[in-house]
Design a protein around this ligand. Structure first.
Ligand SMILES: CC(C)(COP(=O)(O)OP(=O)(O)OC[C@H]1O[C@@H](n2cnc3c(N)ncnc32)[C@H](O)[C@@H]1OP(=O)(O)O)[C@@H](O)C(=O)NCCC(=O)NCCS
Length: 206
């Protein structure tokens, strides 16, 4: 889950309700900080389309090529140190949350649905380096691409990697450290390297 930099250190403040909840001042300060922060981020990254109330935290890197698209729907959270690259089409639906130090990179097309939860250090890329030839270095062989499509309400565990060409159906759960190399049917639970279906949300076994 993303860290909250407005969290008060130590004990809750006197005007907070129950222990662990934020008081009115903290919430007001957090809302103002997020709104000002978003205004600054928008000015610094004019090629990224951030929807209303996006919460973009420190240390993010946004590289968007001329003519490429990178857009985040309203209410997305981009925790610390995210890397976003687009040389093609990158779209993220409303309310999706990225944990710290995620990477999302589109050479061709990456589409992520609404209200997904990507834990820390998740990598989503639609490209690989080409390496067919052995008479030239990999660096000189360009890249191969295939679209990545992730539905809505998908939870991707920490440090998982989603490789090019994969479609993940809505409502799926991807285990921590999984490497997803094949399509995932909606509502599946997948784990491992390479990721395999081990269950179905709602309890029906695979
Ligand atoms: C996938 C996960 C959600 C568990 O789902 P689950 O349906 O409860 O699965 P189970 O615990 O019943 O495990 C099913 C099998 O998959 C294995 N498994 C579970 N998680 C795994 C993982 N991340 N990698 C490899 N194998 C895993 C279990 O050992 C078990 O194997 P077995 O049947 O041989 O014993 C959980 O293990 C996980 O990876 N959570 C992500 C944690 C995380 O990143 N949190 C960040 C917070 S945003």
């Amino acid at each position: 889950m993303p860290d909250d930099p407005v969290s008060p250190p130590g004990r809750p403040s006197p005007d907070s309700g129950t222990a662990g909840e934020f008081g009115f001042r903290e919430r007001l300060f957090g809302a103002v900080r997020r709104r000002l922060g978003l205004a600054v981020i928008r000015v610094r990254n004019p090629r990224v389309d951030f929807g209303a109330r996006c919460d973009v935290r420190k240390g993010g890197s946004f590289l968007v090529a001329n003519g490429a698209v990178a857009k985040f729907g309203p209410g997305c959270v981009l925790d610390r140190g995210i890397t976003v690259e687009s040389r093609g089409y990158l779209e993220v639906g409303a309310g999706t949350v990225f944990g710290h130090h995620c990477t999302v990179a589109a050479d061709q097309e990456v589409v992520i649905g609404e209200r997904c939860l990507l834990a820390e250090m998740v990598s989503v890329r639609d490209h690989d380096h080409a390496f067919d030839r052995d008479d030239a270095s990999i660096l000189d062989q360009g890249r191969v691409t295939a679209p990545v499509r992730i539905g809505s309400d998908v939870w991707i565990g920490a440090k998982a990697t989603i490789v090019r060409g994969v479609t993940i159906g809505s409502g799926s759960v991807i285990g921590a450290n999984a490497v997803v190399t094949r399509d995932v049917p909606p509502g599946s639970i997948v784990v491992g390297v390479p990721a395999r279906v081990v269950g179905q949300r709602g309890g029906t076994p695979s």
